[in-house]
Design a protein around this ligand. Structure first.
Ligand code: IPE
Ligand code: IPE
Ligand code: MG
Length: 226
């Protein structure tokens, strides 16, 4: 059971697969494969730590700039990951949510994702996966939708973000030692706590997530007040 001051909603920028592989003189694809194992471990850890929502940055709208071979390795990994893990997700009461323009992916991936959304829709804890996601695009889209409805206020934008029905973001973690947001959850991070960890994503696991939640629990959040 989680401590009461643990975060409800944790998001992770899963970075460092390429460097992890390079350190081992292995192809980047191997790093991504081991990154998939870290995803599996982290999803389990989120259950152990009783997090209500875990959001993972898996593919950014800027990742299309990578070489074709790497993109296709990532797509194949995604196909295999869904095939392998979906039953366990359903059994564990996980509700999948996708944030981002996933319909730009290959039709068979879109079908697999939509099947996974349907099969997990009654889950009670949320795993949100950011796919072809860019926060600036998300905010521009939400502002456009809000304008179509009436006044463009922060609350109206909030209602049109992909994350509208998720709990507020409490904690944002980035692995790999880079200290930047890379177009992830810019709006939602307004008052999120941030932790940048010096671990490469394929090495991430329960102990890292727990340590981050414990650090979060000790922080004083003010939201602009005193
Ligand atoms: C994160 O690892 C995975 C994705 C962005 C899809 P990287 O591939 O960015 O690994 P580094 O940053 O090159 O080490
Ligand atoms: C952010 O990592 C995207 C994901 C983790 C999916 P990147 O590796 O793409 O970010 P930059 O290029 O270092 O900013
Ligand atoms: Mg990277």
């Amino acid at each position: 059971m989680a401590a009461s001051n643990f975060p409800r909603h944790v998001a992770i920028i899963m970075d460092g697969n390429g460097r992890w592989a390079k350190k081992r003189a292995m192809p980047r694809a191997f790093g991504h494969k081991q990154g998939g194992e870290a995803v599996r471990r982290t999803v389990e850890a989120a259950k152990t730590l009783d997090l209500e929502c875990l959001t993972l940055y898996a593919f950014s709208s800027e990742n299309w700039k990578r070489e074709e071979g790497e993109i296709s390795d990532l797509m194949n990994l995604m196909r295999r990951f869904i095939e392998k893990e979906l039953d366990a997700f359903v059994a564990n009461g996980l509700r999948l949510k996708i944030i981002g323009d996933y319909k730009a992916f290959a039709p068979d991936i879109v079908d697999k994702l939509e099947d996974a959304l349907e099969r997990t829709k009654d889950g009670t804890r949320t795993l949100a996966v950011a796919l072809n996601y860019g926060a600036q695009q998300e905010i521009a889209r939400a502002a456009r939708l809000a304008a179509e409805e009436g006044e463009v206020t922060p609350a109206a934008i909030d209602r049109h973000l992909y994350t509208a029905e998720l709990p507020p973001l409490d904690l944002l973690i980035r692995t790999s030692g880079e200290v930047r947001l890379s177009n992830f959850l810019l709006w939602q991070s307004a008052y999120a706590e941030m932790i940048f960890m010096d671990v490469l994503w394929p090495d991430f696991g329960e102990e890292h997530l727990r340590a981050a939640c414990e650090t979060f629990a000790k922080r004083e959040r003010r939201f602009g007040g005193r």
